[in-house]
Unconditional design. Structure first.
Length: 198
């Protein structure tokens, strides 16, 4: 057998190993670039782990008196809030105003401060609580009276948050106005609400 035929397979083998050695760094570089691009794309699709939004909300409800013979009151409220978002969790400090008219007997105005704590993204369930100052104006044929005292409320809510810029939901709870010379005014609010989120 000639020496040239002996060297030919060996030469081809050495050339193949050299080609593989030259390709490996290029393949590693391409793999690293692909991994970096994949991570960047994934990061652009995943929302920030924490953010804060401003929300302007409105409430419409019926306030059913407890332990009194007052009429059920149609009521409304407005709230300015700051939604602090974490994954699956939203903490919302807020300031609010609430108005209710219990027939011709009583008109109630309340200024409130409090917070909400919700769990979930598309459907959000949570609890709320407020404390503040209320003015209760009692009306009677012989003349009325008015008092101002501490008020508070607490309850739960269920929100739907998938709509752009708009959260809608339902709520129910318990509320009370402390009074000095009368029995405390207590009621159960049941209603709906909506919030514009900026």
């Amino acid at each position: 057998m000639s020496s040239s035929s002996t060297r030919s397979p060996r030469l081809r083998s050495e050339r193949g190993r050299l080609a593989c050695a030259l390709r490996l760094p290029a393949l590693r570089h391409a793999a690293l670039r692909l991994a970096a691009l994949t991570l960047a794309a994934a990061g652009s699709l995943v929302p920030s782990t924490a953010r804060a939004d401003i929300a302007l909300a409105g409430d419409l409800e019926f306030d059913a008196p407890a332990d009194t013979d007052l009429d059920t009151a149609p009521a409304f409220g407005v709230r300015l809030s700051w939604q602090h978002h974490l994954p699956l969790l939203v903490f919302t400090p807020e300031l609010g105003y609430h108005h209710a008219a219990f027939g011709d007997a009583l008109t109630l105005n309340r200024a409130l401060a409090g917070a909400r704590l919700g769990i979930g993204e598309v459907f959000r369930i949570g609890a709320y609580g407020h404390i503040g100052v209320a003015n209760a104006a009692y009306h009677s044929p012989g003349g009325g009276s008015s008092l101002t005292d501490i008020t508070y409320d607490a309850g739960g809510f269920l929100d739907f948050t998938l709509l752009p810029l708009l959260d809608v939901g339902v709520h129910a709870g318990y509320a009370r106005v402390r009074t000095d010379d009368r029995a405390p005014l207590k009621w159960v609010p049941i209603g709906v609400h909506a919030a514009l989120v900026f």
